[in-house]
Design a protein around this ligand. Structure first.
Ligand code: SAH
Ligand code: MG
Length: 196
């Protein structure tokens, strides 16, 4: 893997205000993923491929990442980036809306990284639970959304997103098959381990 190219892609994404994974969030995920050595990771929200390329470092030999992105331009850029970094044999990009693509996927994953439309998190959770392996982990980024989620914020124009993020937290907390931590790293990260 070409680390220098990856760093350039990260800097360009930051300059263009593409919401790539934050360093401290990646650091926390790395702890779980290093220990897990996943064979399959599902990512919802690829953007320009940055987080998926970072995750390739933690894959088992022959491990693979499936990632979904709906913006045509970003898919194009992600594909170019993945080639530049030399990880094209490890990442498969599905182009389209995850709401349509997830229901037709029928694989099993060791880890899922939810990082797309906040208003769809409860749906993404439902689909992730269908495909996660026992002992797998579902991560959800931006779960605290600038602090709105745990405050009594209601008037914000993003209230649908906030309502659905709260719904996600409620569901993962109440599900007896999950062990969940809500971490205040980056924009908030939910980590839910599947007990069986
Ligand atoms: N995971 C990336 C950042 C993703 S940003 C990283 O850390 O490098 C969120 C991305 O999700 C955006 O590019 C957006 O276009 C995409 N997205 C949002 N809703 C989506 C949906 N319903 N289906 C597919 N992609 C979606
Ligand atoms: Mg994010």
């Amino acid at each position: 893997m070409n680390q220098q190219e990856l760093e350039k892609i990260k800097q360009k994404a930051l300059e263009e205000h593409i919401p790539i994974i934050m360093d401290d969030t990646l650091e926390v995920m790395q702890k779980y993923l290093k220990e897990m050595k996943p064979e399959r990771i599902l990512e919802i929200g690829a953007a320009v491929g940055y987080s998926a390329m970072c995750f390739t470092k933690f894959l088992a030999e022959n491990g693979r990442i499936d990632t979904i992105e709906r913006e045509e331009e970003r898919v194009k850029e992600a594909k170019e980036n993945i080639k530049k970094v030399g990880v094209e044999d490890k990442i498969c990009i599905y182009e389209g809306d995850a709401v349509e693509i997830l229901p037709i996927l029928d694989k099993k994953y060791d880890a899922v990284f939810i990082d797309a439309a906040k208003g769809k998190y409860p749906f993404f959770l439902k689909e992730s639970l269908r495909m996660i392996k026992p002992n797998g982990i579902i991560f959800a980024d931006n779960i605290l959304y600038k602090g709105y989620v745990l405050s009594d914020y209601n008037k914000h124009k993003q209230r649908t997103a906030v309502r659905n993020l709260r719904e996600y937290i409620k569901e993962v907390s109440e599900n007896p098959n999950l062990e969940t931590e809500i971490l205040e790293v980056g924009d908030g990260l939910a980590v839910s381990r599947i007990k069986k």
